[in-house]
Write a protein that binds this ligand. Structure first.
Ligand code: 13P
Length: 247
């Protein structure tokens, strides 16, 4: 059985002070949660978030990681820096990184291998744009993202994939549960063909894109959906907790 994982992606929201407040509100609301609960926060919030989650079930994640160990990479943050704070998860290849900051399947792959080498648990994001979807290119796009992004990975134990259709992110438009389940089923079949049945069976694949309290239960009931990567709704303690406690 795959343990569900609900992760918040705060994106570029919340100062350190605001982060502390939000976590303090969230903690009692998720204390009995069944799924694994993760919050991926801006770099400047990591330190205070690590203190604030102490004694709770909430796990800490970052929103990216550099592919190099150290050196002349202005603006980047290394795996070692994240590990020292106590970061456990790291988002890699979010569509906003791909869209606005030139992230490619190649750089996703480099970051991913670096995360795994340093025992960080990667949440690798894939997903098609509206244009790609309308041109019936969803499978082709996902195949490229997965095969190139995951190239060279041998141990999948700590890896999570997030399927986030770009047209559903921050738009209020959610993929229907059936649709998301079907596409995630395709991703799983691709993983099976490429990396083997055991990997495909154990690998957790989240859905992301306008997931909220009102649709979490329906999405989570789907066979192939093992969790959610939550943007907007992760910024309010009650909303995020209600997704975490979707049952
Ligand atoms: P929203 O939940 O705001 O649509 O964002 C989804 C997302 O991008 C999570 O990584």
């Amino acid at each position: 059985m795959r343990k569900p994982i609900i992760a918040g992606n705060w994106k570029m929201n919340k100062t350190a002070k605001q982060a502390e407040e939000l976590i303090n509100q969230l903690k009692p609301l998720v204390s009995k949660s069944k799924p694994e609960v993760v919050i991926c926060v801006p770099y400047t919030d990591l330190w205070v978030a690590k203190q604030a989650i102490a004694g709770s079930k909430i796990k800490l994640g970052a929103e990216n990681v550099a592919w190099a160990d150290s050196g002349a990479f202005t603006g980047e943050i290394s795996a070692e820096m994240l590990k020292e704070i106590g970061v456990e998860y790291v988002i890699i290849g979010h569509s906003e990184r791909r869209q606005y900051f030139g992230e490619t399947d190649k750089t996703v792959n480099m970051r991913l291998l670096q995360a795994l080498k340093n025992d960080l648990k990667p949440i690798v994001c894939v997903g098609e744009t509206l244009e790609e979807r309308e041109k019936n290119r969803t499978k082709k796009v996902l195949k490229k993202q997965i095969l190139e992004g995951l190239n060279g990975v041998t141990d999948f134990t700590n890896l999570v994939i997030a399927y986030e259709p770009v047209w559903a992110i921050g738009t209020g438009k959610t993929a229907t549960a059936e649709d998301a389940n079907k596409t995630i089923g395709y991703i799983r079949s691709l993983i099976r063909k490429t990396f083997g049945a055991d990997v495909a069976k154990a690998l957790r694949i989240q859905y992301g894109g306008s997931m909220k309290p009102s649709n979490a239960k329906e999405l989570m009931a789907m066979r192939n959906i093992d969790g959610g990567l939550i943007g907007g709704a992760a910024l309010k303690a009650e909303d995020f907790a209600s997704i975490v406690n979707y049952k």
